[in-house]
Design a binder for this molecule. Structure first.
Ligand code: BGC
Ligand code: NOJ
Length: 814
């Protein structure tokens, strides 16, 4: 069953039923101010940090689900009937309903008792506010007398404290009302720093700012007293739960429309006023008056909306394809790229599965996210790289996370994830392949943000690789530390005492666990580094890294091969993990993908064998599961991975992040059909038809799809903020479509399905527009390139200075 449809022309997904299996959300804002918005108006917004500067309250795990958001109520003052034009929170059955989630905006439209309402939500570029523009139309043949109520619940800024520290928080809430603007000023007394405002374009009939006055005692958002009675309480919040609610009366003639605009914004005082203990208690309202005046004008709203669309079109236009398959087209051209930008903006902080209070920016995650957006915003990718490198430790190791506001590494979850530093090498390499901007390697960057410790970025990369080389285990494989990419494979947590896991310990014989996956990742990164070094004029380094990659590859082939596939690891007692000898968890996906991508087993058939094992043992119709057989009990020597029920998360779900590694690996061996088949199994658009099973949004990837061992096989969870976005973009664009940036230029090496005769692509690359037409001719394993009419040797297009390049590709594929 489908709950909506794609509108590719408008770059929107149109939800046609409000009661989607789960809230299907979108993101507003792409700079400093962000909002999460569901298809029924649920969600919340925040300024920069989802924990510390949260404007509106949202209760995760609430009943009914997805309750709390940007609410509007319409009341027919002649009959007393009322409803929510976004369906929630009254959940009145509507005569018509649609939610259009677009690029940075959502439009929810509905009709009830012949009153049409359409609300457009977005954040103007450069502003720290969200606009809700409501257009109410009377479709009756008689005049309508209506009341429109807005309602938001303010969060007292620190979302964690807000959800727990009630002995304080029920006392601190403060507001001010001036004209049609409600100001939320809790904390202002003490900090004189920031406040929120909720403005309305119309003269008010009434307002409320105390939740209980609006709702009535013991009532919920579905039946507020004020709406039922048609009369706001004019309440001023002192403590308890400050809210913002406007009441506007509308008399509409038949066919008449009225636009009512609301602005929900954040304002910060200039630095000299912040934390000034004797400063004025007076709210700095005049600072927002001009902003409010501006965005309450419909033509300014329109201009801002056009600006936003232009911004997104420009980003997405960097890469557009036209293939024979609509799912591929819309994911590459629209949604996958959009999701990559959202993961760039939000990292893993705030989704409907990440509460915005728990996590900083992941070192490993942010480096991988970059692979998906570097072609759209190279300048921001560069900054991200420098920020990440500045949190690196002098050992070459990394804090696992850093705080977005301070950009400092933190020890909230500890360090010692031994794969972390290697991802920096891959990110920088991707940046250089995209931009050719070698100067970045000379940028002087500190370690751990300590002034005086600055060294060129190139040295940071050297230390990243050193970090692995200095930490090899008994088999010469990299020590895993607390975990590698798989956070839940905790092989050094050998403690019989519950709660004492997650300590990197040596066991009695002094051995510590080793990771085959990091072995493969190291080989991949060291080869990339060799290429960078030689281009950077460091021949000796290049030789060293090439040799290091070879050595590591040989070690992996000797100690990391299990006969039919790559082993996963050795635990702290030196026992094999991910081996046919294990009772459960005999084969893991991660090393198969990364080792093959690193070129391991390419010449002796073992790469083919590893991928064949994946096909036989791990592939399902809903994607490739992470391991098999799933762990049915807890294993002290494996840790969190076995804490999950079989088929969920790291314990044998389709962990979507890893699937594109296999797609890319298959494509690298020329298996276009197989690679594409895997691509389609988890492509959200291709799964739209089974939305009742998949349940998550059909326009973005989720982190996980329940595996075959789970009762909910096929159900997707943890949508939006996942490395799945970047890696699928890489797999489809660089490996299957085969348009791959290299240090020397754009390489064209497609591994497309046999049924395709070809495809076209437009790619902006180093300032040059490439128009690429690929046509399949006969069998083989090569392409013939013609650039602007002239034949070119090999499959890499030499880099021109500027201009447009028409590239004709004749492909002879396996
Ligand atoms: C999840 C992992 C995640 C980790 C982050 C675990 O519970 O299963 O997917 O990487 O938490 O700390
Ligand atoms: C999600 C985490 O954000 C990511 O860093 C990790 O690699 C995967 N889970 C797998 O555990």
């Amino acid at each position: 069953m489908k709950f909506g449809h794609f509108d590719d022309i408008r770059r929107e997904y149109v939800i046609e039923h409000p009661d989607t299996p789960l809230p299907w959300i979108n993101y507003l804002g792409c700079e400093d101010f962000f909002g999460l918005i569901s298809n029924t108006g649920g969600g919340y917004c925040f300024y920069r940090d989802a924990r510390l500067r949260r404007l509106t309250r949202y209760r995760y795990n609430n009943v009914p689900g997805d309750c709390g958001g940007r609410y509007l109520y319409l009341r027919d003052d002649d009959t007393g009937a009322f409803w929510s034009p976004t369906w929630q929170p009254t959940r009145t059955e509507l005569e018509a309903y649609s939610c259009r989630h677009g690029m940075g905006y959502s439009i929810i439209a509905s009709q009830y008792s012949a009153i049409e309402a359409s609300v457009r939500y977005f954040v103007p570029l450069g502003q720290t506010l969200e606009v809700w523009q409501a257009v109410i139309t009377n479709r009756r043949s008689s005049p309508a007398q209506l009341s429109l109520f807005s309602a938001i619940e303010f969060c007292l800024w620190d979302a964690l404290d807000d959800a727990s520290n009630f002995q304080r928080n029920f006392n601190t809430g403060e507001v001010e009302v001036e004209g049609s603007v409600i100001y939320h000023k809790t904390e202002y007394r003490e900090r004189r720093d920031h406040f929120a405002y909720f403005a309305c374009s119309e003269a008010l009939t009434g307002f409320d700012t105390q939740r209980e006055a609006f709702l009535g005692a013991y009532r919920g958002w579905d039946r507020p007293r004020a709406v039922e009675e048609g009369k706001s309480g004019e309440s001023i919040a002192h403590g308890w739960a400050p809210i913002g609610s406007h009441q506007v009366n509308l008399r509409l003639q038949p066919g008449e429309s009225r636009t009512v605009t609301f602005l929900l914004g954040y304002q910060e005082n200039p630095p000299e006023q912040k934390f000034d203990p004797v400063g004025s208690q007076t709210l700095n309202k005049q600072s927002v008056h001009p902003i409010i005046a501006r965005y309450l004008q419909p033509d300014e709203v329109e201009k801002a909306f056009d600006g936003l669309q232009h911004y997104w079109n420009q980003l997405l236009d960097a890469f557009q394809v036209n293939t024979p398959d609509e799912h591929t087209n819309r994911m590459v051209n629209i949604w996958n790229a959009y999701q990559c930008m959202v993961t760039f903006n939000l990292s893993r902080s705030a989704s409907y599965f990440e509460s915005g209070i728990g996590r900083g920016m992941g070192f490993r995650d942010s480096n991988q996210d970059l692979l998906g957006f570097v072609h759209m915003i190279p300048a921001k990718a560069r900054q991200r790289i420098l920020d990440l490198a500045a949190t690196q430790l002098p050992t070459g190791g990394a804090y696992h996370q850093y705080q977005p506001l301070t950009k400092r590494g933190n020890n909230d979850v500890g360090g010692d994830f031994n794969d972390d530093p290697l991802w920096l090498v891959l990110a920088v390499s991707a940046y250089l392949k995209e931009t050719g901007e070698w100067g970045v390697l000379d940028e002087r960057v500190p370690y751990d943000n300590q002034p005086g410790s600055e060294q060129p970025l190139y040295e940071h990369l050297q230390r990243s690789l050193r970090y692995t080389i200095d930490r090899l285990g008994p088999h010469g494989l990299p020590l895993i530390g607390r975990a590698d990419w798989n956070d839940c494979l905790n092989l050094n947590c050998f403690s019989d005492t519950p709660g004492q896991s997650f300590q990197t310990t040596t066991n009695r014989e002094g051995k510590v666990a080793e990771s085959v996956f990091i072995g493969g990742l190291f080989a991949l990164a060291a080869n990339e580094m060799a290429a960078l070094s030689s281009r950077y004029g460091r021949r000796a380094d290049a030789d060293f890294y090439r040799l290091s990659a070879q050595k590591m590859s040989a070690t992996v082939m000797e100690h990391g091969w299990d006969g039919e596939w790559f082993l996963r690891a050795y635990d702290a007692l030196g026992e094999r993990v991910g081996s046919k000898d294990c009772p459960e968890g005999q084969i893991f996906i991660e090393p198969q993908g990364i080792c093959v991508l690193a070129g391991l087993g390419a010449t002796d058939g073992r790469a083919e064998k590893a991928l064949a094992s994946v096909r036989e043992r791990l592939a399902t119709q809903h994607g490739i599961v992470l391991l098999q057989p799933a762990f049915t009990r807890y294993y002290l020597n494996l840790g969190e991975i076995s804490s999950y029920p079989p088929g969920t998360k790291e314990n044998a779900s389709v962990f979507c992040h890893t699937n594109p590694w296999i797609m890319a690996a298959e494509a690298s061996l020329g298996h276009g059909d197989q690679a594409y088949d895997y691509y389609m199994r988890i492509n959200p658009s291709a799964r739209e038809a089974i939305s009742a099973v998949h349940r998550s949004e059909p326009y973005v990837y989720a982190q996980t799809i329940a595996g075959k061992d789970a009762p909910s096989f096929g159900e997707a969870k943890n949508s939006w903020l996942t490395g799945t976005a970047a890696w699928n973009f890489v797999a489809i664009t660089q490996w299957i479509l085969g348009i791959r940036p290299t240090l020397d230029g754009l390489q064209i090496a497609p591994a497309i399905p046999a049924a395709w005769q070809g495809f076209e692509a437009r790619r902006l690359y180093r300032g040059v527009s490439y128009v690429i037409r690929i046509e399949r001719r006969g069998r083989g394993n090569r392409v013939r390139l013609e650039v602007n009419g002239a034949g070119v040797e090999g499959n890499v297009i030499p880099i021109p200075a500027v201009g447009v390049r028409e590239v004709k590709v004749t492909a002879f594929l396996l």
